[in-house]
Design a protein around this ligand. Sequence first.
Ligand code: ADE
Ligand code: ZN
Length: 326
Amino acid sequence: ETLIELSKKMPKTELHLHIEGTFEPEQMFAIAQRNQVELKYHTVEALKAAYQFTNLQDFLDLYYQGMSVLLHEADFYDLTMAYLSKVHSENVVHVEIFFDPQGHLSRGVPFDTQINGIYNALKDAETKWGMTFKLIMSFLRHLSEESAFETLELSKPFLPLIDGVGLDSSEVGHPPEKFLRVFEACKDLGLKVTAHAGEEGPPEYVWQAIDQIGVDRIDHGNRALEDDQLIEEIKKRGLTLTVCPLSNLKLCVVNDMKDHPIKTMLKRGLNATVNSDDPAYFGGYMADNYASLITHTGISKEELLQLAQNGITGSWMENNLKEKHL
Ligand code: ADE
Ligand code: ZN
């Protein structure tokens, strides 16, 4: 059995996935057409040709444009179901999905339209395939604390459907401490907490996510490797890093997949996991992320199995379910 074969058949989890980042150009054009919305790019080819990013912001500009065609509950359902069908075929057994309510509220799409579409697809995938899930509402960090609080208020009728909160969008200049009070309110409501930190931002932002926000997990965390003390703190707290190899390559967080730090993370004793972030934009889903690591980093069978196991232990699934998967 080759490592590629092993990586395909082993049960996998996805812990870092923006549902709006699964919007494939073909589906984007189909939904744009049915909603009579015009896209800035006029063909699938022209849109795909624009997927060349030199940093996070380049990508975000296209990501917000792309999601602007999502208007109705059926759009959110179809988007989510297309993603779930895809990763079901790759043996993903558990997903923890981010959505960006502010990216839709700002366009007049109500909270209930968004969450009902996404949640119904998750429920249907659970019924059909036994795929389990958590739903994470993410705050856009380039917006204000006040906007995050307003979003939290709008989410309150739907809290039974929401497992945790996250922090995403433009990192540099928007440190975790900007949202300290919002996250305190979220924790008081019993929500789990994670934050993108150390993707482009400095180790200081990872420290803030841990010390000030008290995150349960760290999304990306690449730049934590620059600070030995920080590495020790992450290990001491047993925090999982949701690492996204193809995302890191496309956004120039790493310059070459052969230099990807995921093996270093494992060697340093960090609980790294493999995730796809925004697969429609970054050139691949879960299987492609593993395949790229196998092809370019010389990762071993033991390391592959460790990454998959970290995905189970670092997930927010119930303990009895974790035991079942381990
Ligand atoms: N939103 C979607 N993908 C993101 C990423 N990789 N970093 C920050 N914000 C995001
Ligand atoms: Zn992300």
